[in-house]
Design a protein around this ligand. Sequence first.
Ligand SMILES: [Fe+2]
Length: 485
Amino acid sequence: MTQAFFDHPYLSGHHQPVRFEASAPDLIVEGELQRDLAGVFFRNGPEPLYPTREGDYHWFDGDGMVYALHFEDGRVSLCNRWVRTEKFELERAAGKRLFGMFGNPLTADPSVQGKTYNTANTNLILHGGKLMALMEGAKPVVLDPRDLSTLGEHDYDGKITSTFSAHPKVDYATGELINIGAMINGYMGAPELRYDIITADGAVRHSAVIPVPHNALIHTFFLTENWVVFPIIPIDTDLQRFMSGGPMTAWNTGRPTKIGLMPREGGADDVRWFEFEPRHMFHELNVWEQDGKILADVAAANGTALFTDQHGERLTHGDTQQSLRRWTIDIAAGSMTEEVLNDRDIQFPRPDDRLITRKSRHSFANINLNSRDGRIEGMDAVLRFDTETGAEDIFHFGAGAAAGELVFAPRLGSTEEADGYAMTLVHRANAPTSELAIFAAKDIAAGPLATVQIPFRVPSGFHCNFYAADNPLYRQAVTPLRAAA
Ligand SMILES: [Fe+2]
Protein backbone atom coordinates (compact mmCIF):
# COMPACT_ATOMS: atom_id res chain seq x y z
CA MET A 1 0.00 0.00 0.00
CA THR A 2 1.41 3.37 -0.96
CA GLN A 3 1.62 5.87 1.87
CA ALA A 4 0.54 9.48 1.61
CA PHE A 5 3.21 12.08 0.98
CA PHE A 6 4.41 14.03 4.00
CA ASP A 7 3.80 17.76 4.34
CA HIS A 8 6.23 19.82 2.31
CA PRO A 9 5.83 23.17 0.52
CA TYR A 10 6.83 21.57 -2.78
CA LEU A 11 4.34 18.71 -2.32
CA SER A 12 1.29 20.92 -1.71
CA GLY A 13 -0.68 23.69 -3.39
CA HIS A 14 0.39 24.17 -7.02
CA HIS A 15 3.01 21.50 -6.45
CA GLN A 16 0.81 18.73 -5.05
CA PRO A 17 1.49 15.59 -7.10
CA VAL A 18 -1.38 14.22 -9.21
CA ARG A 19 0.30 10.83 -9.79
CA PHE A 20 -1.71 9.77 -12.82
CA GLU A 21 -1.47 9.60 -16.58
CA ALA A 22 -4.11 10.71 -19.06
CA SER A 23 -4.94 10.79 -22.76
CA ALA A 24 -7.42 13.41 -23.91
CA PRO A 25 -8.01 13.39 -27.69
CA ASP A 26 -9.82 16.71 -28.13
CA LEU A 27 -9.69 19.38 -25.44
CA ILE A 28 -12.19 22.22 -25.09
CA VAL A 29 -10.79 25.56 -26.24
CA GLU A 30 -12.22 28.91 -25.19
CA GLY A 31 -11.70 31.76 -27.61
CA GLU A 32 -10.30 31.54 -31.10
CA LEU A 33 -7.66 28.97 -32.01
CA GLN A 34 -5.89 30.30 -35.09
CA ARG A 35 -5.38 27.84 -37.96
CA ASP A 36 -1.78 28.99 -38.42
CA LEU A 37 -0.97 27.66 -34.96
CA ALA A 38 0.00 24.01 -35.45
CA GLY A 39 2.65 21.84 -33.87
CA VAL A 40 3.31 20.52 -30.40
CA PHE A 41 3.78 22.00 -26.92
CA PHE A 42 5.90 19.89 -24.59
CA ARG A 43 6.46 20.24 -20.86
CA ASN A 44 8.59 18.29 -18.42
CA GLY A 45 8.54 18.44 -14.63
CA PRO A 46 8.77 16.50 -11.39
CA GLU A 47 5.98 14.13 -10.37
CA PRO A 48 7.33 12.02 -7.50
CA LEU A 49 6.05 8.45 -7.62
CA TYR A 50 6.94 7.79 -3.96
CA PRO A 51 7.96 9.81 -0.89
CA THR A 52 11.71 10.00 -0.39
CA ARG A 53 13.57 7.78 2.06
CA GLU A 54 14.98 10.79 3.91
CA GLY A 55 11.59 12.32 4.83
CA ASP A 56 12.65 15.48 3.07
CA TYR A 57 12.01 16.63 -0.50
CA HIS A 58 13.51 18.92 -3.12
CA TRP A 59 11.57 20.16 -6.15
CA PHE A 60 14.33 18.94 -8.47
CA ASP A 61 14.16 15.36 -7.18
CA GLY A 62 10.75 14.19 -8.51
CA ASP A 63 10.39 11.62 -11.28
CA GLY A 64 9.97 13.16 -14.71
CA MET A 65 6.44 13.42 -16.04
CA VAL A 66 6.10 14.69 -19.59
CA TYR A 67 3.13 16.43 -21.22
CA ALA A 68 2.46 16.81 -24.94
CA LEU A 69 -0.31 19.00 -26.36
CA HIS A 70 -0.54 18.46 -30.11
CA PHE A 71 -2.14 21.27 -32.15
CA GLU A 72 -3.37 20.06 -35.52
CA ASP A 73 -6.40 20.40 -37.75
CA GLY A 74 -7.77 23.03 -35.38
CA ARG A 75 -7.85 20.63 -32.42
CA VAL A 76 -5.71 20.15 -29.35
CA SER A 77 -4.98 16.75 -27.76
CA LEU A 78 -3.19 16.03 -24.50
CA CYS A 79 -1.11 13.13 -23.28
CA ASN A 80 0.96 12.88 -20.09
CA ARG A 81 3.28 10.04 -19.08
CA TRP A 82 5.96 9.32 -16.55
CA VAL A 83 9.33 8.69 -18.13
CA ARG A 84 10.05 5.00 -17.58
CA THR A 85 13.61 5.37 -16.43
CA GLU A 86 15.38 2.42 -14.80
CA LYS A 87 14.91 4.29 -11.49
CA PHE A 88 11.16 4.60 -12.06
CA GLU A 89 10.76 0.92 -12.99
CA LEU A 90 12.84 -0.38 -10.08
CA GLU A 91 10.94 1.74 -7.55
CA ARG A 92 7.57 0.96 -9.08
CA ALA A 93 8.36 -2.77 -8.87
CA ALA A 94 9.41 -2.36 -5.23
CA GLY A 95 6.40 -0.16 -4.41
CA LYS A 96 8.63 2.35 -2.65
CA ARG A 97 11.50 4.73 -3.08
CA LEU A 98 14.89 3.02 -3.42
CA PHE A 99 17.23 5.81 -4.54
CA GLY A 100 18.53 8.48 -2.15
CA MET A 101 17.59 12.09 -2.80
CA PHE A 102 19.57 13.45 -5.76
CA GLY A 103 21.03 9.95 -6.06
CA ASN A 104 22.77 10.14 -2.68
CA PRO A 105 24.40 6.68 -2.33
CA LEU A 106 24.60 7.04 1.46
CA THR A 107 20.81 6.99 1.87
CA ALA A 108 19.93 4.57 -0.97
CA ASP A 109 18.61 1.03 -0.65
CA PRO A 110 21.47 -1.48 -1.16
CA SER A 111 19.62 -2.93 -4.16
CA VAL A 112 20.27 0.21 -6.25
CA GLN A 113 23.91 0.82 -5.32
CA GLY A 114 25.76 1.47 -8.56
CA LYS A 115 22.54 2.07 -10.54
CA THR A 116 22.01 5.33 -12.40
CA TYR A 117 19.94 8.07 -10.80
CA ASN A 118 18.09 9.46 -13.80
CA THR A 119 14.80 11.28 -13.26
CA ALA A 120 14.66 12.72 -16.83
CA ASN A 121 12.54 15.50 -15.31
CA THR A 122 13.90 18.83 -16.55
CA ASN A 123 13.49 19.45 -20.27
CA LEU A 124 11.97 17.81 -23.35
CA ILE A 125 13.43 18.57 -26.77
CA LEU A 126 13.31 17.44 -30.39
CA HIS A 127 16.57 16.92 -32.24
CA GLY A 128 17.96 14.45 -34.78
CA GLY A 129 14.54 12.89 -35.27
CA LYS A 130 14.14 12.07 -31.59
CA LEU A 131 12.12 13.38 -28.65
CA MET A 132 14.42 13.39 -25.61
CA ALA A 133 13.64 13.91 -21.93
CA LEU A 134 16.65 15.52 -20.25
CA MET A 135 18.17 16.09 -16.84
CA GLU A 136 21.72 17.27 -16.32
CA GLY A 137 22.94 14.28 -14.30
CA ALA A 138 22.30 11.45 -16.76
CA LYS A 139 21.79 10.40 -20.37
CA PRO A 140 18.81 11.56 -22.46
CA VAL A 141 15.78 9.29 -22.52
CA VAL A 142 14.08 8.89 -25.90
CA LEU A 143 10.28 8.95 -26.00
CA ASP A 144 7.67 8.41 -28.70
CA PRO A 145 6.50 11.95 -29.66
CA ARG A 146 2.88 10.79 -30.04
CA ASP A 147 2.14 8.53 -27.06
CA LEU A 148 5.18 9.52 -24.94
CA SER A 149 6.07 5.87 -24.34
CA THR A 150 9.68 5.42 -23.23
CA LEU A 151 12.03 3.98 -25.85
CA GLY A 152 15.17 3.99 -23.68
CA GLU A 153 18.34 5.94 -22.84
CA HIS A 154 20.28 7.31 -25.78
CA ASP A 155 24.10 7.27 -25.93
CA TYR A 156 24.74 8.41 -29.52
CA ASP A 157 26.24 5.07 -30.64
CA GLY A 158 28.34 4.85 -27.50
CA LYS A 159 29.85 8.32 -27.94
CA ILE A 160 28.00 10.03 -25.05
CA THR A 161 28.00 7.67 -22.10
CA SER A 162 28.07 10.03 -19.11
CA THR A 163 25.96 13.11 -18.38
CA PHE A 164 24.05 15.28 -20.84
CA SER A 165 22.84 18.86 -20.42
CA ALA A 166 19.22 19.74 -19.65
CA HIS A 167 19.86 22.84 -21.78
CA PRO A 168 21.67 21.86 -24.97
CA LYS A 169 21.34 24.54 -27.67
CA VAL A 170 19.94 24.09 -31.15
CA ASP A 171 21.57 26.51 -33.57
CA TYR A 172 18.88 26.97 -36.21
CA ALA A 173 21.47 28.37 -38.63
CA THR A 174 23.28 25.00 -38.77
CA GLY A 175 20.74 22.59 -37.31
CA GLU A 176 23.39 21.45 -34.83
CA LEU A 177 22.80 20.59 -31.19
CA ILE A 178 25.59 21.88 -28.95
CA ASN A 179 25.76 20.06 -25.64
CA ILE A 180 27.77 19.68 -22.47
CA GLY A 181 28.03 16.94 -19.86
CA ALA A 182 28.76 18.31 -16.39
CA MET A 183 30.52 16.41 -13.60
CA ILE A 184 31.25 13.56 -16.02
CA ASN A 185 33.37 11.75 -13.41
CA GLY A 186 30.76 12.10 -10.68
CA TYR A 187 30.66 14.91 -8.17
CA MET A 188 33.62 13.49 -6.22
CA GLY A 189 35.68 12.67 -9.34
CA ALA A 190 38.10 14.76 -11.39
CA PRO A 191 36.47 18.10 -12.30
CA GLU A 192 35.85 17.88 -16.03
CA LEU A 193 33.04 18.56 -18.47
CA ARG A 194 32.43 17.07 -21.90
CA TYR A 195 31.59 19.31 -24.85
CA ASP A 196 29.73 17.91 -27.88
CA ILE A 197 28.71 19.12 -31.31
CA ILE A 198 25.90 16.94 -32.69
CA THR A 199 24.88 17.25 -36.35
CA ALA A 200 21.32 17.92 -37.47
CA ASP A 201 20.84 14.22 -38.16
CA GLY A 202 21.95 13.29 -34.65
CA ALA A 203 25.61 12.25 -35.10
CA VAL A 204 28.38 13.42 -32.75
CA ARG A 205 30.95 15.13 -34.97
CA HIS A 206 33.13 16.76 -32.25
CA SER A 207 33.68 16.02 -28.57
CA ALA A 208 36.19 17.42 -26.11
CA VAL A 209 36.88 16.80 -22.43
CA ILE A 210 37.55 20.09 -20.67
CA PRO A 211 39.04 20.49 -17.17
CA VAL A 212 37.00 22.90 -15.03
CA PRO A 213 38.14 24.73 -11.86
CA HIS A 214 36.02 22.52 -9.59
CA ASN A 215 32.94 20.31 -9.73
CA ALA A 216 29.78 22.39 -9.74
CA LEU A 217 26.25 22.34 -11.10
CA ILE A 218 26.51 23.67 -14.65
CA HIS A 219 22.83 23.98 -15.52
CA THR A 220 23.40 25.96 -18.68
CA PHE A 221 26.12 27.40 -20.92
CA PHE A 222 26.24 30.05 -23.64
CA LEU A 223 26.53 29.56 -27.40
CA THR A 224 27.12 32.13 -30.11
CA GLU A 225 27.98 31.84 -33.79
CA ASN A 226 31.69 31.30 -32.99
CA TRP A 227 32.02 30.94 -29.23
CA VAL A 228 30.94 28.82 -26.31
CA VAL A 229 31.00 30.03 -22.71
CA PHE A 230 30.96 27.82 -19.59
CA PRO A 231 29.72 29.72 -16.49
CA ILE A 232 30.64 27.87 -13.27
CA ILE A 233 28.44 29.30 -10.53
CA PRO A 234 29.10 28.73 -6.80
CA ILE A 235 26.71 25.75 -6.33
CA ASP A 236 28.41 22.43 -5.75
CA THR A 237 27.66 18.91 -4.52
CA ASP A 238 29.96 17.50 -1.86
CA LEU A 239 29.57 14.09 -0.25
CA GLN A 240 32.30 14.85 2.32
CA ARG A 241 30.28 17.86 3.47
CA PHE A 242 27.16 15.68 3.71
CA MET A 243 29.02 13.10 5.80
CA SER A 244 30.07 15.93 8.14
CA GLY A 245 26.40 16.86 8.69
CA GLY A 246 26.22 19.62 6.04
CA PRO A 247 24.09 19.90 2.91
CA MET A 248 24.98 17.65 -0.01
CA THR A 249 24.31 20.43 -2.53
CA ALA A 250 24.92 24.04 -1.50
CA TRP A 251 25.71 27.61 -2.47
CA ASN A 252 29.39 28.02 -1.67
CA THR A 253 29.51 31.51 -0.15
CA GLY A 254 32.60 33.47 -1.06
CA ARG A 255 33.38 31.50 -4.20
CA PRO A 256 33.48 33.65 -7.36
CA THR A 257 31.70 32.82 -10.59
CA LYS A 258 34.25 31.32 -12.97
CA ILE A 259 33.72 31.75 -16.67
CA GLY A 260 35.40 29.72 -19.40
CA LEU A 261 35.57 31.08 -22.94
CA MET A 262 36.27 28.74 -25.86
CA PRO A 263 35.98 28.88 -29.67
CA ARG A 264 32.95 26.84 -30.69
CA GLU A 265 35.08 24.35 -32.62
CA GLY A 266 37.75 24.26 -29.87
CA GLY A 267 38.94 21.95 -27.14
CA ALA A 268 40.60 21.97 -23.71
CA ASP A 269 43.74 23.86 -24.83
CA ASP A 270 41.65 26.74 -26.18
CA VAL A 271 39.74 27.60 -22.98
CA ARG A 272 40.47 30.86 -21.15
CA TRP A 273 39.05 31.33 -17.63
CA PHE A 274 38.23 34.51 -15.79
CA GLU A 275 36.33 35.35 -12.61
CA PHE A 276 33.31 37.49 -11.75
CA GLU A 277 31.38 38.20 -8.56
CA PRO A 278 29.30 35.31 -7.16
CA ARG A 279 26.15 34.92 -9.23
CA HIS A 280 23.26 32.48 -9.45
CA MET A 281 22.47 31.92 -13.13
CA PHE A 282 20.60 28.85 -14.40
CA HIS A 283 18.95 30.26 -17.55
CA GLU A 284 19.88 32.61 -20.33
CA LEU A 285 17.46 34.47 -22.58
CA ASN A 286 19.79 34.61 -25.58
CA VAL A 287 23.46 35.15 -26.33
CA TRP A 288 25.19 36.59 -29.40
CA GLU A 289 28.33 38.35 -30.63
CA GLN A 290 28.49 42.08 -31.26
CA ASP A 291 31.54 44.33 -31.79
CA GLY A 292 34.10 41.90 -30.35
CA LYS A 293 31.93 41.18 -27.37
CA ILE A 294 29.54 38.44 -26.31
CA LEU A 295 26.21 39.77 -25.08
CA ALA A 296 24.51 37.31 -22.74
CA ASP A 297 21.05 38.26 -21.50
CA VAL A 298 20.43 36.09 -18.44
CA ALA A 299 18.13 35.57 -15.46
CA ALA A 300 20.56 36.04 -12.58
CA ALA A 301 20.73 36.86 -8.89
CA ASN A 302 23.49 37.54 -6.40
CA GLY A 303 22.73 34.26 -4.63
CA THR A 304 20.47 31.23 -4.97
CA ALA A 305 17.06 30.47 -3.50
CA LEU A 306 17.34 26.84 -4.60
CA PHE A 307 19.81 25.64 -1.99
CA THR A 308 21.18 26.75 1.39
CA ASP A 309 24.77 27.87 1.74
CA GLN A 310 27.44 25.37 2.78
CA HIS A 311 26.54 25.97 6.45
CA GLY A 312 22.83 25.20 5.91
CA GLU A 313 21.73 28.87 6.03
CA ARG A 314 19.23 30.31 3.53
CA LEU A 315 20.19 33.49 1.71
CA THR A 316 17.86 36.50 1.88
CA HIS A 317 15.08 37.03 -0.66
CA GLY A 318 16.79 40.26 -1.73
CA ASP A 319 19.95 38.35 -2.58
CA THR A 320 18.17 35.56 -4.43
CA GLN A 321 15.47 37.29 -6.46
CA GLN A 322 16.41 36.99 -10.11
CA SER A 323 16.32 39.85 -12.58
CA LEU A 324 17.03 40.05 -16.31
CA ARG A 325 20.63 41.16 -16.69
CA ARG A 326 23.01 41.67 -19.59
CA TRP A 327 26.45 40.17 -19.18
CA THR A 328 28.86 41.76 -21.66
CA ILE A 329 31.95 39.61 -22.13
CA ASP A 330 34.99 41.24 -23.73
CA ILE A 331 36.43 38.38 -25.80
CA ALA A 332 39.94 39.84 -26.16
CA ALA A 333 40.31 41.01 -22.56
CA GLY A 334 38.62 38.00 -20.94
CA SER A 335 36.51 40.16 -18.65
CA MET A 336 32.85 40.85 -18.00
CA THR A 337 30.48 43.65 -16.98
CA GLU A 338 26.87 43.40 -15.84
CA GLU A 339 23.81 45.63 -16.16
CA VAL A 340 20.20 45.04 -15.09
CA LEU A 341 17.84 45.20 -18.09
CA ASN A 342 14.61 44.54 -16.14
CA ASP A 343 14.27 44.09 -12.40
CA ARG A 344 11.04 42.07 -12.34
CA ASP A 345 11.17 38.81 -10.35
CA ILE A 346 11.76 36.54 -13.33
CA GLN A 347 11.96 32.76 -13.64
CA PHE A 348 12.51 31.44 -17.19
CA PRO A 349 13.34 33.97 -19.97
CA ARG A 350 12.96 32.68 -23.54
CA PRO A 351 13.61 34.19 -26.98
CA ASP A 352 12.20 33.28 -30.36
CA ASP A 353 14.23 30.05 -30.43
CA ARG A 354 15.00 30.46 -34.13
CA LEU A 355 17.38 33.28 -33.13
CA ILE A 356 19.41 31.35 -30.55
CA THR A 357 23.08 32.40 -31.11
CA ARG A 358 21.97 35.50 -33.09
CA LYS A 359 20.85 38.98 -32.00
CA SER A 360 17.29 39.11 -30.68
CA ARG A 361 15.19 41.67 -28.81
CA HIS A 362 11.96 40.02 -27.63
CA SER A 363 12.07 38.25 -24.27
CA PHE A 364 9.20 36.02 -23.13
CA ALA A 365 9.14 35.16 -19.45
CA ASN A 366 7.04 34.16 -16.47
CA ILE A 367 7.36 36.67 -13.64
CA ASN A 368 5.98 37.34 -10.17
CA LEU A 369 4.30 40.71 -9.61
CA ASN A 370 3.94 40.13 -5.87
CA SER A 371 7.42 39.05 -5.04
CA ARG A 372 8.01 38.46 -1.36
CA ASP A 373 10.29 36.54 0.89
CA GLY A 374 9.64 32.82 1.11
CA ARG A 375 7.23 32.63 -1.81
CA ILE A 376 6.93 29.20 -3.38
CA GLU A 377 3.53 29.70 -4.98
CA GLY A 378 4.95 30.37 -8.40
CA MET A 379 4.89 33.09 -11.01
CA ASP A 380 1.57 34.91 -11.31
CA ALA A 381 2.16 36.82 -14.56
CA VAL A 382 3.81 36.71 -17.96
CA LEU A 383 5.96 39.32 -19.65
CA ARG A 384 7.22 40.22 -23.08
CA PHE A 385 10.15 42.54 -22.66
CA ASP A 386 11.85 44.41 -25.51
CA THR A 387 15.55 44.55 -24.66
CA GLU A 388 16.11 47.30 -27.27
CA THR A 389 13.43 49.75 -26.10
CA GLY A 390 12.84 48.57 -22.53
CA ALA A 391 9.09 48.32 -23.21
CA GLU A 392 7.11 45.89 -21.06
CA ASP A 393 4.02 43.94 -22.13
CA ILE A 394 2.46 42.16 -19.13
CA PHE A 395 -0.56 39.98 -18.32
CA HIS A 396 -1.46 39.10 -14.72
CA PHE A 397 -3.34 35.85 -14.04
CA GLY A 398 -4.53 37.00 -10.62
CA ALA A 399 -3.24 36.63 -7.11
CA GLY A 400 -1.90 33.19 -6.30
CA ALA A 401 -1.77 31.92 -9.89
CA ALA A 402 1.18 29.84 -11.05
CA ALA A 403 2.24 30.37 -14.66
CA GLY A 404 4.93 28.17 -16.18
CA GLU A 405 7.55 29.03 -18.76
CA LEU A 406 6.15 31.34 -21.46
CA VAL A 407 7.28 29.98 -24.81
CA PHE A 408 7.10 31.55 -28.23
CA ALA A 409 5.18 29.58 -30.88
CA PRO A 410 5.87 30.74 -34.45
CA ARG A 411 2.94 31.22 -36.81
CA LEU A 412 3.15 28.68 -39.66
CA GLY A 413 5.27 30.20 -42.41
CA SER A 414 6.62 33.07 -40.32
CA THR A 415 10.27 34.12 -40.43
CA GLU A 416 10.33 37.45 -38.56
CA GLU A 417 11.25 37.54 -34.89
CA ALA A 418 8.24 37.08 -32.59
CA ASP A 419 5.75 36.67 -35.46
CA GLY A 420 3.31 34.28 -33.85
CA TYR A 421 1.98 33.31 -30.43
CA ALA A 422 3.21 32.83 -26.88
CA MET A 423 1.80 30.21 -24.52
CA THR A 424 2.03 29.23 -20.88
CA LEU A 425 0.56 26.49 -18.71
CA VAL A 426 -1.30 28.10 -15.82
CA HIS A 427 -2.87 26.94 -12.60
CA ARG A 428 -5.09 29.60 -11.01
CA ALA A 429 -5.26 29.74 -7.23
CA ASN A 430 -7.29 26.82 -5.80
CA ALA A 431 -8.67 25.79 -9.23
CA PRO A 432 -9.29 22.06 -9.80
CA THR A 433 -8.04 22.38 -13.40
CA SER A 434 -5.23 23.98 -15.37
CA GLU A 435 -5.17 25.80 -18.69
CA LEU A 436 -2.83 26.57 -21.54
CA ALA A 437 -3.15 30.31 -22.21
CA ILE A 438 -2.30 31.38 -25.78
CA PHE A 439 -1.44 35.03 -26.52
CA ALA A 440 -0.61 37.03 -29.61
CA ALA A 441 3.16 37.16 -29.08
CA LYS A 442 3.41 40.94 -29.47
CA ASP A 443 0.30 41.78 -27.43
CA ILE A 444 0.51 39.90 -24.15
CA ALA A 445 -1.35 42.66 -22.28
CA ALA A 446 -4.50 42.02 -24.37
CA GLY A 447 -4.90 38.67 -22.61
CA PRO A 448 -5.20 35.19 -24.07
CA LEU A 449 -6.60 34.84 -27.61
CA ALA A 450 -7.47 31.28 -26.72
CA THR A 451 -7.38 29.11 -23.62
CA VAL A 452 -7.07 25.33 -23.80
CA GLN A 453 -8.92 23.76 -20.87
CA ILE A 454 -7.01 20.95 -19.20
CA PRO A 455 -9.50 18.86 -17.21
CA PHE A 456 -7.21 18.35 -14.20
CA ARG A 457 -4.61 20.31 -12.26
CA VAL A 458 -1.13 20.07 -13.72
CA PRO A 459 1.45 20.52 -10.95
CA SER A 460 4.07 23.24 -11.43
CA GLY A 461 6.92 22.01 -13.56
CA PHE A 462 10.05 22.99 -15.39
CA HIS A 463 10.75 23.50 -19.05
CA CYS A 464 8.40 23.86 -22.01
CA ASN A 465 9.02 23.98 -25.74
CA PHE A 466 6.82 24.57 -28.76
CA TYR A 467 7.72 23.13 -32.15
CA ALA A 468 5.69 24.44 -35.07
CA ALA A 469 4.58 21.87 -37.64
CA ASP A 470 6.84 23.50 -40.27
CA ASN A 471 9.92 23.44 -38.00
CA PRO A 472 12.53 21.02 -39.44
CA LEU A 473 12.94 19.51 -35.96
CA TYR A 474 9.23 18.68 -35.89
CA ARG A 475 9.14 17.29 -39.42
CA GLN A 476 12.12 15.09 -38.67
CA ALA A 477 10.58 13.53 -35.54
CA VAL A 478 6.80 13.74 -35.56
CA THR A 479 4.60 11.69 -37.88
CA PRO A 480 1.54 13.65 -39.03
CA LEU A 481 -1.60 12.43 -37.23
CA ARG A 482 -3.40 11.32 -40.38
CA ALA A 483 -0.39 9.28 -41.52
CA ALA A 484 -0.05 7.79 -38.04
CA ALA A 485 -3.73 6.82 -37.82
FE1 LIG B 1 16.53 24.75 -16.50
